[in-house]
Design a protein around this ligand. Structure first.
Ligand code: PGA
Length: 260
């Protein structure tokens, strides 16, 4: 596994104008040259996609969207289709972020349609799952993760390991400054992999990528990436500042090298 790469995803949520995103992408492009073990994905608002694509198209940085609609086109005011994202240079799309689930009350059935819509269009998917605090306190974390995976992957018959990444994001850790303990992360990631192998018994033995999100910062990145079963990070708050974001990536790369 000496060629292991760490996935470092910036989820800017509803932050940064296209110009601000462009400035960040330009700076990251240079800094990323020193971080060959890091696979960077930038997920700006839809308004910034095309600008940032123009800036990073010749670089190793990749572009992702924060959401999509499952229909190809139609009368869906305010929505964006997979083909539109592809046309803006996206390689990735985030599906099922907890803010979509709990703030916008996204119906569970939508994710069953979004995942195949994205995959069939050639996009790679970062599917977010995670328990809320009450569920963890009730000892129901594993059960919740299994149910979310069973539902959200219910629209596909094959799990494409090269196109689908699961992000474990405990909701209580998102934007809270309270990061999950390494043991909790390790356990949750193991549940995710176990569940996927149960849901897709014919899956090839290839590695299923599972990344962690929830208050990742410069102080905890090294320990988290060294946690067994962690392939990278989905980063909200700390991805807004280029200095912090690059430091997290550096720390992750250094910790990764120390493993070998
Ligand atoms: P956070 O957000 O890093 O600000 O906790 C993570 C996320 O929501 O993906």
């Amino acid at each position: 596994m000496s060629d292991r790469k760490v996935l470092v995803v910036a989820n800017w949520k509803m932050h940064k104008t296209p110009q601000e995103g462009l400035t960040f992408a330009r700076q990251l492009k240079t800094k990323a040259l020193n971080l060959p073990a890091v696979n960077f994905i930038l997920c700006p608002s839809a308004t910034g996609l095309l600008h940032i694509h123009g800036e990073i198209r010749e670089s190793a940085l990749e572009l992702g969207a924060q959401n999509l609609h499952f229909a190809e086109q139609g009368a869906f005011t305010g929505e964006i289709s997979a083909s539109m994202l592809n046309a803006c240079g996206c390689k990735w799309v985030i599906i099922g972020h907890s803010e979509r689930r709990y703030i916008f009350n996204e119906p569970a059935g939508d994710r069953q349609r979004k995942v195949p819509a994205a995959l069939n269009s050639g996009l790679k998917v970062i599917l977010c799952i995670g328990e809320v605090k009450a569920e963890r306190d009730a000892g129901a974390t594993a059960e919740v993760l299994k149910a979310q995976l069973a539902n959200d992957l219910g629209g596909i018959s094959r799990f494409p390991t090269d196109q689908l990444v699961i992000a474990y994001e405990p909701v209580w850790a998102i934007g809270s400054g309270v990061v999950a303990l390494p043991a909790q992360v390790e356990e949750a990631h193991a549940v995710v992999r176990e569940t996927i192998f149960q849901l897709f018994p014919s899956i090839s033995s290839k590695h299923v990528s599972v990344i962690y999100g929830g208050s990742v910062n410069i102080a905890n990145a090294a320990q988290l990436i060294a946690t067994p079963g962690v392939d990278g990070f989905l980063i909200g708050g700390a991805s807004l500042n280029i200095g912090d974001f690059v430091t997290i990536a550096q720390n992750a790369q250094t910790a990764l090298k120390a493993e070998h």
